[in-house]
Ligand binder design. Structure first.
Ligand code: BG6
Length: 482
C-alpha cells in the first residue's frame, strides 16, 4: 500500500479566513512534516491572479519570523485557480487541474487518493459551490472530505434547510463542520481530564457540583466585522456554537470508546436534554463608546445600523434535564469589547455537608482555555504556620510553566490534521447542530419579535450593570473568596 495522494482545494483562497487561518495552519503542518508526503494545495477564488501574485499574497499571510526557505518550499506545493462559484466550465477546469496535479505527484493505479474541499466561504455560496463540486469535480473513486465553517444557518429552520441541501450532495461522513473551539488544546484536554483520572468522574454530577460557568470575553469590538456581526449577534456568533460545544463535552456521559461516533453520540445525547433557554434566564448587552471617546461604541461602526439592537454581550442560564445534572445551573457568558481576553470553564463544587470546618469558600476546578492554558483547583488548606485557620489556595497547572518548550498549535492546524486523518471527533455532526439550534432558536426569535433592547455597557468594562449579580440571582452562584 502506497502512501495516499492528497489534494486540498481551498475555496475562498483570497478571503479573510484563508488568510488568517487556513493557509497559516496548512503551512504550520507542512513545516512540522505533518502533511502527507504527496500533497498539493489548490487555492480557488474569483479574483484573477498570476502565480506570482498568488505566491506574494500567500507569503503575506505568514509571519515575518517564518523561515523563508520553508515558505519557498511550501509555495512549491501550492497553486491557484481562479473561477466563479457557479460556472460549470470553471469547475471542470478545476477538476482537470486536480487530475494534472495527481499525475505530477506520480499517481499509480494502486494509490489511495484523498480530495479535501475546504470551503472558506460565506454561507451564501456554500450550496452553489457544493453543487458544482458534486457535479463537476467529485470523484467517487477516491476519498472525499468537505470542510465547512459556520454560520450554519441562523436558526433551526434555516440550519435544517442548509443541512438538507448539503446532505443531498455529500454523505455525513464526508462532511467536517468546523467549530474551531474543538481544536483548542484545553478543550481537547477535557476528555483526558474527565476520563483518564480517577477522581474527577467520581464527583462529576449534581450531588457534588453546584454550578458550571463558561465564559468568553474579548477586549475588542466588532471593528471591521460589523456588517456580518449585526446579522448574527453574540448568541449566534459564539454561544450557540463554541460555548455550547464546550458545555456538551463537560456535561456528556462517558463515551463507549474514543471513536468519533461514540463521542458525538454522547455529546448529542446531552444536548438533547438541555431545555430551550428562557428570556428571563438571559441578560443582553450592547457596548457603547468610552466616555473619553477613545473607544467607539458598537453603533459607531459604519456598517452597523444606528437603530441596531443586536446584542454584543449575553449571559444565559441553561439546565440539563438528566439525572446527572438536574438542578445544576450552567451559566454561559460571552461578550465583545470587555475588559480582558479570556475563555474559562469554571466548575464550582458544593459546600461540604456536616463539615468539621466552617465553609470558607467552595472548591472550584478552573480550566483556562485562553489566553494561557491552565488547570487550577481552588483548594482549602490549613493556613501555613502556627495558625489553625483555613486558607483558600490553588493547585495550579500552568501550561506555559510546566511545558515551557511547547508551542501550543493553533486550533486550525489540529483540526486540519484531523481532516487529513479522517477523524471526525472534533467536528460537529448534523444532529448535534440541530440540537444546538433547538436550544437557542425560541429565545432568538423571542428577542427579535419583542425587540428586546440590550443593556448598554462601556467598551472595556466588565459588562452591563447587573451582569455580576445576574448569576447569583439566576443560578445561586457564589463568587469564590480571593
Ligand atoms: C469566531 C467568532 O467564531 O470566534 C468571532 O466569529 C470570535 O467573533 C472568534 O472573535 C473567537 O475565536 P478565538 O479563537 O479568537 O477565541
Amino acid at each position: 500500500k502506497h502512501e495516499e495522494l492528497t489534494t486540498i482545494v481551498v475555496f475562498g483562497a483570497s478571503g479573510d479566513l484563508a488568510k488568517k487561518k487556513t493557509y497559516p495552519a496548512l503551512f504550520h503542518l507542512f513545516q512540522q512534516g505533518l502533511l502527507p508526503r504527496r500533497t498539493r494545495i489548490i487555492g480557488y477564488a474569483r479574483t484573477k491572479m498570476t502565480p506570482e501574485e498568488f505566491n506574494k499574497r500567500v507569503t503575506s499571510f505568514f509571519k515575518a519570523t517564518d523561515d523563508p526557505k520553508d515558505v519557498t518550499a511550501f509555495l512549491k506545493i501550492c497553486e491557484y485557480v481562479s473561477g466563479k462559484y457557479d460556472v460549470d466550465e470553471d469547475f471542470k477546469g478545476l477538476r482537470k487541474e486536480i487530475d494534472t496535479n495527481e499525475q505530477l505527484m506520480h499517481k499509480r493505479e494502486s494509490d489511495e487518493r484523498v480530495h479535501i474541499y475546504y470551503l472558506a466561504l460565506p454561507p451564501s455560496v456554500f450550496v452553489s459551490v457544493g453543487t458544482q463540486i458534486r457535479r463537476n469535480v467529485y470523484d467517487g473513486s477516491c476519498t472525499n472530505r468537505v470542510v465547512i465553517e459556520k454560520p450554519f444557518g441562523h436558526d433551526l429552520e434555516s440550519s435544517r434547510a442548509l443541512s438538507k441541501s448539503i446532505g443531498a450532495l455529500f454523505a455525513e461522513d464526508e462532511i467536517y463542520r468546523i467549530d474551531h473551539y474543538l481544536g483548542k488544546e484545553m478543550v481537547k484536554n477535557i476528555l483526558a481530564l474527565r476520563f483518564a483520572n480517577v477522581f474527577y468522574e467520581a464527583v462529576w454530577d449534581r450531588r457534588h457540583i453546584a454550578n458550571v460557568q463558561i465564559t468568553f470575553k474579548e477586549p475588542f469590538g466588532t471593528e471591521g466585522r460589523g456588517g456580518y456581526f449585526d446579522e448574527f449577534g453574540i448568541i449566534r456568533d459564539v454561544m450557540q456554537n463554541h460555548l455550547l460545544q464546550v458545555l456538551s463535552i463537560v456535561a456528556m456521559h462517558p463515551p463507549k470508546s474514543l471513536r468519533s461516533e461514540d463521542i458525538r453520540d454522547r455529546k448529542t445525547e446531552v444536548l438533547r436534554r438541555i431545555l430551550p433557554i428562557q428570556l428571563e434566564d438571559t441578560l443582553l448587552g450592547q457596548y457603547v463608546g468610552t466616555r473619553d471617546s477613545s473607544r467607539p461604541g458598537y453603533k459607531d461602526d459604519e456598517t452597523v445600523p444606528k437603530s441596531s439592537i443586536t446584542p454584543t454581550y449575553a449571559q444565559c442560564v441553561l439546565h440539563v434535564d438528566n439525572d446527572r445534572w438536574r438542578g445544576v445551573p450552567w451559566v454561559i457568558k460571552a461578550g465583545k469589547a470587555l475588559d480582558e481576553a479570556k475563555m474559562i470553564i469554571r466548575i464550582q463544587f458544593k459546600d461540604m455537608v456536616n463539615a468539621l470546618f466552617p465553609n470558607l469558600a467552595r472548591n472550584e476546578l478552573i480550566l483556562q482555555v485562553s489566553p494561557k492554558e491552565s488547570v487550577t483547583i481552588k483548594t482549602i488548606v490549613k493556613e501555613p504556620g502556627l495558625s489553625t485557620n483555613l486558607a483558600m489556595s490553588e493547585l495550579d497547572l500552568s501550561y506555559h510553566k510546566r511545558y515551557q518548550d511547547l508551542k501550543i498549535p493553533d486550533a486550525y492546524a489540529t483540526l486540519i490534521l484531523d481532516v487529513l486523518n479522517g477523524d471526525h471527533s472534533n467536528f460537529v455532526r448534523s444532529d448535534e447542530l440541530d440540537e444546538a439550534w433547538r436550544i437557542f432558536t425560541p429565545l432568538l426569535h423571542q428577542i427579535e419579535k419583542e425587540e428586546v433592547v440590550p443593556l448598554p455597557y462601556e467598551y472595556g468594562s466588565t459588562g452591563p450593570k447587573g451582569a455580576d449579580e445576574f448569576p447569583t440571582e439566576r443560578a445561586g452562584y457564589k463568587p469564590t473568596a480571593k
